[in-house]
Design a protein around this ligand. Structure first.
Ligand code: DUT
Ligand code: MG
Length: 149
């Protein structure tokens, strides 16, 4: 599959940070770095929108998802509050990562630290088709644990 070309700008406050690249050959995401001027401490229970210094122009028909890094979650209880965050194809602002510290201790984020990962995915456009009834299925309206534990 050909790579999806994505115009990207490193904003002035992050011009010393490299562009995010996959950590391994087949990594699904690229790690987003904290574009902050100094260490930033997240108290237990606190959340903060952390700048990444990146602005992008996704092609039409794509979105980008801001997902947690499992290492930060497993070690410190730090995750992405609105996970997965959604970056729209028409968004031109700075990508921000809303981190939350679910742990019991405060956690300090360092400048340039990898805080989340960005995964680009295709999105379907929808066209509503109003109808009077929906096609039947074996599941029907069963949900929310209807198949048992
Ligand atoms: O984790 C995130 C989520 C969103 N955004 C930016 C890009 C996205 O395109 C825009 C809007 O996001 P969303 O639609 O999730 O938020 P909203 O509360 O509905 O804001 P809006 O009214 O601007 O759509 O905010 C981020 O930088 N980081
Ligand atoms: Mg929105």
């Amino acid at each position: 599959m050909d790579p999806v070309a994505v115009p990207v700008i490193r904003l002035p406050h992050a011009d010393t940070l490299p562009l995010p690249t996959p950590a391994t050959a087949h990594a699904a995401g690229v790690d987003l770095m904290a574009a902050i001027g100094g260490p930033q401490t997240l108290a237990a229970g606190a959340f903060e929108a952390i700048p990444t210094g990146l602005a992008i122009a996704l092609p039409e028909g794509y979105e980008a998802q801001v997902r947690p890094r499992s290492g930060l979650a497993a070690r410190h209880g730090v995750t992405v509050l609105n996970s997965p965050g959604t970056i729209d194809a028409d968004y031109r602002g700075e990508i921000k990562v809303i981190l939350i510290n679910h742990g019991h201790a405060s956690v300090t984020i360092e400048p340039g630290q990898r805080i989340a990962q960005l995964v680009v995915a295709p999105v379907a456009r929808l066209s509503w088709q109003p109808v009077d009834s929906l096609p039947e299925t074996a599941r029907g309206a069963g949900g929310l644990g209807s198949t048992g534990v």
